[in-house]
Design a protein around this ligand. Sequence first.
Ligand SMILES: C[S@@+](CC[C@H](N)C(=O)[O-])C[C@H]1O[C@@H](n2cnc3c(N)ncnc32)[C@H](O)[C@@H]1O
Length: 452
Amino acid sequence: MITPTADPSAGEPSGAAPGPGERPIVEPSADDLAPGLEVEVDVGPVAHGGHCVARYDGRVIFVRLALPGERVIVKITEARRGSFCRGEAVWVLRADPRRVEAPCGHFRPDGCGGCDFQHAQADLQRELKGFVVAEQLQRLAGVERAVTVEPLPGDGFGWRTRVRWALDAGGRIGPRRVRSHRVEAVNAAGPCLIAAPGLTELAGSIDIPTGVRRAVRPAATAQPDGRTPRARRSRSTAGGLPEVTLTAAGDGTLTAVWAGADAPVVTEHAAGRDFSVAADGFWQVHAAAAQTLSQAVADALEGIELAGGTGWDLYGGVGLFAEILCRAVGTAGSVIMVETDPAACELAVTNLTRHPQAAVRQGRVDEVIGEIDSSVDAVVLDPPRSGAGPSMCAAIAARAPAVIVYVACDPAALGRDTAALAGSGYRLDTLRAFDAFPQTHHVECVARFLPA
Ligand SMILES: C[S@@+](CC[C@H](N)C(=O)[O-])C[C@H]1O[C@@H](n2cnc3c(N)ncnc32)[C@H](O)[C@@H]1O
């Protein structure tokens, strides 16, 4: 039965949900949980993905917008037959003392899917992320490690220098709603607070080419079970909606590039120098991340004798970490950067011109490193969210590098690959974690592996 207690510490309801007194008195069985039903739960630990785990009569509910230890009313948004449910806290009956009122109006039940933790103080957000990294390492690799997440410069807002937003049939542009392809429109009155200054305004003023307008199909809507239908996904029309990449580059330029269109080259700064990057290409999104991570990679290479040696920068983008490896091996050494994106490789060649010891190889890492005969002393890898995978980890370990520096944007992938590297004779040495995505559940790690 939903009988909220009057608790003076109770938080405000998240969004415009009705108060508890107006709620129907129902107590469904765990098997009957279905989208739209609301139940009262004690919230358990945070889990990977930006939600906490609660149990209702034994059935697991992944609850967004809640914090560990809180008691909330959760509205079910998805119920998998015979399995877990998802839901969102719509009323907080017992609040964590470090709960705060989210400053962004888009952060609410069924709202923007971009942020997960705006309702928590910054130090609590970092604790939650540290817990998740430690838990994934323990669960997937059997590594026990307390993880402290380091803040990046800034106040946790306005950090996101790159966003990929969608255009809907009503001409609105914005991020997607949580677990949906629907657009959460942002505008001057309701800006995205994590986007870098100028990006929301840019979204409201860009030209929408006629071809792009024509490409808009009706947004995918949720099914009765709360899930969004599997839409045909492509970079340009995920969920049937055209996408635009908005960039606030380090050189001060603001650009908008519709998917499929030619992108201008912008200049970013990190590691004491400039890098040329396609405005819609990969660059670390937090304004301070490229600097922070390149320094962390340099620190992780410290203490290993690399002068005159060889280095690989795998998943190299436009050469950020190849730059660090070139400095470590010196002109007597050699560095190979591997990257699939031809445009990024072309820019990497330009960015690394000053280092005659650097070579750029375009292609998939699994294919390219199979073609390289030489051994390697240091490997830096920065794979996409899915991680490197067991065969790639084994292939790297087979070359017996003195050090492997793994830059990871997904703690689960890091956990899996830590286990794979352990199986190939490499142990996790140092691990640093960075809050490179404040207000979201995402966290960046730099892990150093040494021969066991
Ligand atoms: C997380 S980004 C890292 C880029 C770069 N290290 C940086 O920090 O700027 C991952 C990069 O890997 C590239 N990539 C993805 N899968 C790849 C693969 N199988 N082989 C080579 N590169 C890949 C992507 O194009 C992207 O540029």
